[in-house]
Ligand binder design. Structure first.
Ligand code: URA
Length: 183
């Protein structure tokens, strides 16, 4: 476990721990407030993120920003990262070896941010963080606690683009997060 952001950021610069390094344009490390109370974990960079090196800047990210506005979350107050830091080709799900190779970076980010709450965006984040036995449909909107961090699984914002009805759930879940923080 590296103790500073500087060391951690330096350690990832030339990462070749998995095959995604061969096709990436940029490593998408993470962004936001390094002392955030809320952290968001997505799946992996898409095309826009790969181009810009910043998570959730594409269509799904814009939708997430809109939802943040509705519930009163400021993007600059939270920390946002992904299970894998490099884009899986054609936006396929990250494979198990890729996620496993990358997870130490994320664990180190969580240790440095020390969030009270982690929002797990979609099934890939849920399964890699809480366990393969969890399913997003049954778990979303419910609180889980592990090692003194509260977890709120919810839909991945890209799922809202495919199914409008999930937007209501997503807003509801984010409201639970804001309420919990303001307790
Ligand atoms: N989808 C993700 O899971 N992460 C991003 O950064 C962008 C889209």
């Amino acid at each position: 476990m590296l103790e500073t952001w500087e060391e951690l950021e330096k350690s990832i610069v030339d990462c070749n721990k998995c095959k995604l390094c061969k096709t990436r344009r940029n490593i998408v490390f993470g962004t936001g407030n390094k002392n955030a109370k809320i952290m968001f974990i997505g799946e992996g960079p898409g095309a826009d993120e790969d181009m810009q090196g910043i998570p959730f800047v594409g269509r799904a990210g814009k939708l997430m920003n809109m939802a943040f506005g509705i519930v009163g979350i400021k993007r600059e107050d939270v920390y946002i990262a992904n299970i894998v830091k490099c884009r899986p080709p054609a936006n396929r799900n990250p494979e198990e070896d890729e996620a496993n190779a990358c997870l130490d970076y994320l664990r180190n980010q969580v240790t440095l941010v020390k969030p009270e709450i982690i929002v797990l965006l979609g099934s890939v984040a849920l399964k890699n963080i809480l366990g393969k036995e969890y399913g997003i449909t049954a778990s979303r909107g419910k609180w889980f606690e592990k090692m003194q961090i509260k977890y709120m699984p919810t839909w991945h914002p890209a799922a809202l683009l495919r199914d409008e009805t999930k937007k209501v759930d997503f807003i509801k879940d984010l409201k639970l997060v804001v309420e919990e923080l303001n307790k």
